[in-house]
Ligand binder design. Structure first.
Ligand SMILES: C[S@@+](CC[C@H](N)C(=O)[O-])C[C@H]1O[C@@H](n2cnc3c(N)ncnc32)[C@H](O)[C@@H]1O
Length: 274
């Protein structure tokens, strides 16, 4: 039996239903997806072409936020909802600032596990575990976390483009609170989330949500408002510029135009625990 580098049987990779990780890979122009993912993702692109610039803007935010963490002195990061590796990944960005940053990657999609060995575990300071965001105790108590993360020192927790796959009845706010509570003072939460706040007049946007549901994707899309996303930070202090569309979060280049921003249905922010 063929095994992935995480000991996961390749034959158990489900190619009969679209997976959000593989659809996101398709939006970003990647090749690690199956026909069922491409069909669903292309349908979403046809309905909401903005999904492509949104995915790119989200990924660019992630890069800037990781650099910010490393430059702020964070030396250990838990990245839940890692995604299919697309260079640069979290550890590559962090290690440009400081090679001693340790990163624990977590995803519940076995396809991410299949690629972890080659692309995420190449530096010694990283680990990967197949785990579900909705099970904080099993993630926080996992031996890989135990090996890499010292909860007496500040931690960078990344929940980037993952919480919109958690339904309201699964208590996303309670789940994030469980992770926040485990973090010591001086820790950061990096979070981004899809929203319909900017596409309300586009009927395609609710149809795109239906694609995830109707095609039986392994997770549904749950877009949330600014206030709902802000609530995930609890009593953390948001660092400047607060919870904003990804291109507005500490941009490297010129500020994006209003026309560009109208296409980005995403919020992003970084909070610190004081
Ligand atoms: C849109 S991708 C985001 C990847 C990366 N964080 C980024 O922003 O570029 C979402 C990832 O979250 C993962 N995911 C979704 N629900 C999850 C859950 N309940 N537990 C763990 N991972 C999950 C998916 O498998 C996918 O890899």
């Amino acid at each position: 039996m063929a095994l992935t580098d995480q000991g996961f049987p390749v034959a158990e990779i489900d190619t009969s239903r679209p997976h959000p990780a593989r659809m996101y890979d398709y939006y970003l122009g990647g090749k690690d997806n199956y026909a069922v993912d491409r069909d669903a993702a292309q349908r979403v692109i046809d309905l909401v072409p903005d999904i492509v610039p949104m995915a790119q803007a989200n990924r660019a935010f992630m890069h800037r936020a990781v650099r910010f963490l490393a430059e702020s002195g964070i030396r250990q990061i838990i990245d839940i909802g890692t995604g299919i590796p697309t260079a640069p990944n979290t550890h590559q960005v962090a290690h440009e600032v400081s090679p001693d940053v340790r990163i624990a990657y977590v995803d519940n999609d076995p396809i991410v596990a299949t690629h972890a060995g080659a692309y995420l575990l190449d530096s010694g300071n990283t680990g990967f575990l197949l785990g579900d965001l909705r099970e904080p105790e099993s993630i926080l108590g996992h031996p890989t976390i135990d090996k890499l993360i010292d909860f007496d020192q500040p931690v960078g927790l990344m929940l980037v483009a993952i919480l919109h796959f958690v339904r309201d009845d699964e208590d996303p706010a309670g789940l994030v609170a469980a992770y926040r509570d485990a973090l010591p003072k001086g820790s950061y939460l990096v979070l981004s989330h899809g929203t319909n706040d900017f596409h309300r007049t586009n009927p395609g946007s609710s149809q795109a949500r239906d694609v995830y549901r109707d095609r039986g994707a392994t997770a549904t899309l749950n877009l949330r408002s600014h206030d709902e996303v802000l609530g995930f930070f609890g009593d953390l202090d948001l660092v400047d510029p607060g919870l904003v569309q990804p291109p507005l979060w500490r941009p490297d280049a010129a500020q994006p135009t209003g026309e560009e921003l109208a296409h980005i249905g995403f919020y992003s922010g970084v909070g610190i625990k004081r």
